[in-house]
Ligand binder design. Structure first.
Ligand code: SF4
Ligand code: FE
Length: 480
């Protein structure tokens, strides 16, 4: 089957029977709903760009399973070059959407699952890898969007899954029969799930033997029986129901459109089960997924930063201060921070190595550095943007006021800056900055792809402190 266009993608979503709830209501035709549409538009860009000859080399790849041309989002990395192309692709797409286009979570899940199932089979004699390859072929051939479903609600964070007072705080297997398994629980903060076709369920933490019911990885359609999605709120989301200017980025929205996905005794046939009880491999799967996803952030967040930097420079120009030396210096600092993030992503990709399955894995230490930097640099980039653009971004009256027959003229007159710049354009750029640098977007930079402490644990584990100590001892002439 051919690669889907953006339009084909939206059409294919309409055929699903996805159960979505928001503001206490079941949303019927979710592809037409003002609240959800921007997220669908953003994911559609990943489909559209695959058909643009300018980006074809980045956004498509050749399947190592079938030799067919496929979307890179369903590709298994076959070289370090593939890893680098991924980062470049994410930056290019983010430069168009200015927001999360969601499809990378599933992409990373597929790659983590591919090498982990191979190594599980090698060690245990299971048959998960072949099953998984069949699933992968199905996704590639139909150009499907698969959400990566990892994060469990986690309940009391000081307790393991099996120690929770409510055993459903982590997704678990509640029944096995000759046809398949039944799973129960929920996945939280699910990026892009409402507009995906499939979900790839994975455990969220390393597990021990007593938690083996929680060691489950499998694929289910997003509209499988027993699956309910409850859409999360974002800052300024109701503005989408009112108009265009106050949204800042009306077409694509901010961040990925996250939801809580409830799994109420969902049946999964054996051919879609890729881990069931092998708790010793949960940690490997989680670590690989996390490293791949942390690699991304220097791509997508740099693309988003490119827009924030451009918007900030434009706001300064509209305000008539573009030539002030301190303004130029702050814009330079923003560029420096953004390119540092990008440099980290390229580095962890170039340093990628093959796994025993033949697929390539990023340098995990450098990938974790990338994400740790994102938790700081994006805040600094946004702080500088607020500094340069000025206080007006937080006090602009609404689109309705601007367009009001009676009071519109005052907004027009008093929000005007230098000559030759329309008030509406100044408001538009202010709204873009406000929406891209505010609450939801910042929290996503902090916690998306794992909270900062998760990366710090990995930095210590991967940082080889013993080797560093040996180097110092050697130079200092210490013999012990
Ligand atoms: Fe992709 Fe970035 Fe969105 Fe994660 S935050 S899914 S890496 S665009
Ligand atoms: Fe994310």
């Amino acid at each position: 089957m051919a690669l889907k266009t953006g339009k084909d993608y939206v059409e294919s979503l309409k055929k699903l029977n996805t159960e979505i709830w928001a503001f206490g209501e079941r949303i019927e035709d979710f592809t037409e709903h003002a609240l959800l549409k921007p997220h669908i538009n953003a994911a559609a860009v990943t489909y559209e760009m695959a058909h643009d000859p300018q980006f074809e080399d980045l956004v498509t790849a050749t399947s190592h399973l079938t030799g067919e041309k496929i979307s890179r989002f369903t590709h298994i990395h076959q070289s370090a070059e593939d890893l680098v192309k991924k980062v470049k692709m994410l930056r290019m797409i983010a430069q168009r959407t200015g927001t999360c286009f969601q499809r990378c979570v599933g992409f990373d899940g597929l790659n983590a699952m591919y090498s982990t199932t191979y190594e599980m089979d090698e060690a245990l004699g299971t048959n998960y890898h072949e099953r998984f390859k069949e699933h992968l072929k199905y996704l590639q051939e139909n150009d499907l969007m698969s959400a990566g479903s990892m994060t469990d609600p986690k309940g009391d964070r000081s307790k393991k899954p099996s120690q929770q007072s409510d055993p459903d705080m982590y997704v678990r297997v509640v029944e096995k029969n000759d046809k398949g398994i039944i799973i129960r629980g929920a996945k939280a903060h699910q990026t892009g799930i409402i507009n995906s076709h499939e979900m790839l369920i994975m455990p969220t933490v390393a597990l021990s033997e007593e938690d083996k019911d929680y060691a489950v990885a499998c694929a289910i359609p997003v509209d499988a029986e027993g699956v309910k999605h409850i859409f999360g709120r974002q800052s300024n989301d109701m503005r989408r129901l009112e108009g265009d200017i106050d949204c800042g980025n009306a077409k694509y929205g901010i961040v990925g459109g996250e939801a809580l996905t409830v799994l109420e005794d969902v049946f999964v046939p054996w051919e879609k089960v890729f881990m069931c009880g092998e708790s010793q491999f949960a940690g490997m799967l989680v670590e690989r997924f996390a490293s791949y996803h942390r690699q991304n952030y220097g791509g997508c967040k740099t693309g988003v930063s490119d827009i924030i930097i451009g918007a900030t420079a434009l706001a300064a120009d509209y305000n008539g201060v573009a030539k002030a030396s301190h303004v130029k210096d702050k814009v330079i600092e923003m560029i420096h921070l953004a390119e540092t993030l990008y440099g980290g992503s390229i580095a962890c990709s170039s340093e990628g190595r093959p796994t025993s399955s033949g697929s390539y894995f990023v340098d995990p230490l450098l990938a974790n550095v990338v994400k740790q930097n994102v938790t700081r640099f994006i805040y600094e980039i946004c702080r500088l943007s607020h500094d340069v653009a000025g206080g007006y971004i937080a006090t602009i009256p609404s689109e309705q006021d601007l367009k009001h027959p009676e009071i519109g003229k005052y907004v027009e007159k008093y929000f005007k800056a230098r000559d030759g710049v329309s008030t509406e354009n100044r408001i538009r750029i202010g709204r873009l900055i406000e929406n891209m640098t505010g609450g939801t977007a910042l929290v996503e930079s902090m916690h998306g792809a794992g909270s900062p402490q998760a990366q710090r644990v990995m930095l210590l584990r991967q940082g080889n402190l013993k080797h560093k100590t040996e180097l110092a001892k050697n130079l200092a002439g210490i013999k012990e």
